[in-house]
Design a protein around this ligand. Structure first.
Ligand code: FMN
Length: 157
């Protein structure tokens, strides 16, 4: 199995830490968004799209990248980190976009990440120490679930 994660993690590197935790337990290649053009997405069984949340959803640059894809990956997954950790709600826009592009989104993951944006920088930021070991464990369980889902899809179930 070959998985790819395209990651846009610009604020604190939080979402990249999540991707790296996933790559410890899965055959996951990590590409920063700026390098995504070097990869042929069709060569992967599933492609993940991850990034920090900016103004309620994934950052515009990641959204625009997905919007401009000529061919969206057949199977995908979405992940994020944010100040609130409300991944279910905050991943929804990117999930919808991927679905509109014809991709089947197998699942999504979100957790809290350190935030030092604007007033949150006072006192060193909020969510200090996040993501933490519990988040990495949860991210690893998530990617294991994604692998099971890919296998089921391959079997045509
Ligand atoms: C410009 C900016 C806007 C943000 N907007 C939100 C937001 O709307 N909701 C939220 O929960 N967190 C928000 N955050 C916090 C980040 O999503 C959070 O710190 C995230 O873990 C950053 O991920 P990254 O280090 O991978 O870029 C914002 C941070 C920045 C810098």
């Amino acid at each position: 199995m070959k998985l790819l994660a395209i990651v846009h993690s610009t604020h604190m590197g939080n979402t990249m830490q999540i991707a790296e935790a996933m790559a410890e337990v899965a055959p996951l290649t990590i590409a920063e968004l700026g390098d995504a053009g070097k990869y042929d997405l069709s060569q992967f069984d599933a492609v993940g799209f991850g990034g920090g949340i900016n103004a309620g959803s994934h950052d515009k640059k990641l959204m625009q990248y997905v919007q401009k894809l000529n061919a969206a990956p057949a199977l995908s997954f979405v992940f994020s980190t944010s100040a609130s950790g409300k991944g279910r709600k905050q991943n929804a826009k990117l999930i919808k976009l991927l679905e509109e592009k014809g991709s089947k989104v197998l699942g999504s993951f979100g957790c809290k990440g350190l935030c030092r944006f604007f007033v949150f920088a006072i006192g060193g930021g909020i969510n200090k120490g996040k993501p933490d070991i519990d988040d990495f464990d949860a991210a690893q369980s998530f990617i294991e679930d994604m692998m099971k889902s890919v296998e089921l899809e391959k079997k045509g179930k």
